[in-house]
Design a protein around this ligand. Structure first.
Ligand SMILES: [Zn+2]
Length: 282
């Protein structure tokens, strides 16, 4: 079972043929994240209509036990991920995938890619082939090389619910600001008391200014809404608790769309306006 909702969404994207070719997963738990990626690979590969703990199919067994040559996991060799590790990966991926539909690499502690390794990596990212899929997993996004970061779709993937502030690097003051803004913004959007495009200008664009903060704000919203959906009662946005479940899922999906598109350099105001329109249609 995929625990992470965000990795779960990737399965849908895969089946819709809308999956990016490289992801940067920012997480607080590398192991859990790896387990979820493995579940993801099973979900998209299983010949047996994957079910939890699929016992029947040989492929799931092989994926689970890490014996498929089309899946390569890389960990730091000492303090760094070195060039020869990436060269080896490239060599291995020269052949088309045989057992599953993609060649898939997972680079753990990706912030430890040294300069030479990262340069070697870039070719994969710049000339994406249809059948190569990459996951960079890191607990420290700030330490990631910009050249890699800018070529990946960034997904914040926290496991311990209370760690969202840590993962987004929020100060208490910023968290307070997010909460206050979220209350007004969501309340008015959901109840349609004010025009969404106007709300974007008033509550978001003129308050947060920078693209990165706006995206962080949407990550915060995503987390809040997931808390309600998962019934962990950790969230502090009362207004979300009275919304029917089906509608919550739609709002969550709309927020996810903002986060996903934000990694493709789309104009942020346009993204927000699309979000407002999606919300109006709910
Ligand atoms: Zn299976």
């Amino acid at each position: 079972m995929i625990i992470s909702k965000k990795i779960n969404e990737l399965v849908t994207k895969y089946h819709e043929n809308k999956l990016s070719h490289a992801f940067l997963l920012v997480t607080n738990d590398i192991n859990k994240c790896n387990k979820d990626i493995v579940e993801f690979i099973k979900e998209i590969s299983c010949l047996n209509k994957y079910q939890d703990a699929c016992q029947d199919c040989n492929l799931c067994y092989q994926i689970e036990n890490d014996v498929i040559p089309n899946i390569k996991k890389i960990y730091p060799d000492g303090q760094q991920i070195k060039k020869n590790q990436i060269l080896e990966l490239k060599e291995q991926f020269k052949t088309k995938p045989l057992y599953i539909s993609n060649n898939i690499y997972i680079i753990n502690n990706a912030e430890k890619l040294n300069g030479a390794a990262a340069n070697t990596m870039l070719k994969f990212l710049e000339e994406p082939e249809n059948n190569i899929l990459g996951f960079f997993v890191t607990t420290n996004k700030e330490a990631m090389l910009e050249t890699i970061k800018s070529r990946c779709q960034i997904i914040y993937n926290p496991y311990d619910n209370e760690d969202i502030t840590e993962i987004l690097n929020l100060t208490d003051q910023q968290l307070k600001e997010f909460t206050t803004t979220a209350k007004e913004y969501l309340f008015k959007l959901i109840n349609k008391t004010e025009n969404g495009i106007y709300l974007n200008k008033k509550c978001i664009l003129s308050v947060f200014m920078e693209r990165e903060r706006i995206i962080n704000f949407f990550n915060y919203l995503y987390w809040q809404i997931s808390e309600v959906i998962n019934k962990t009662n950790q969230n502090d946005l009362e207004i979300l608790k009275n919304i029917p479940f089906a509608k919550l899922l739609k709002i969550q999906k709309a927020i996810f769309n903002v986060l996903e598109s934000s990694s493709f350099n789309v104009n942020i105001e346009l993204l927000l306006d699309n979000f407002a329109l999606e919300m109006e249609e709910l």
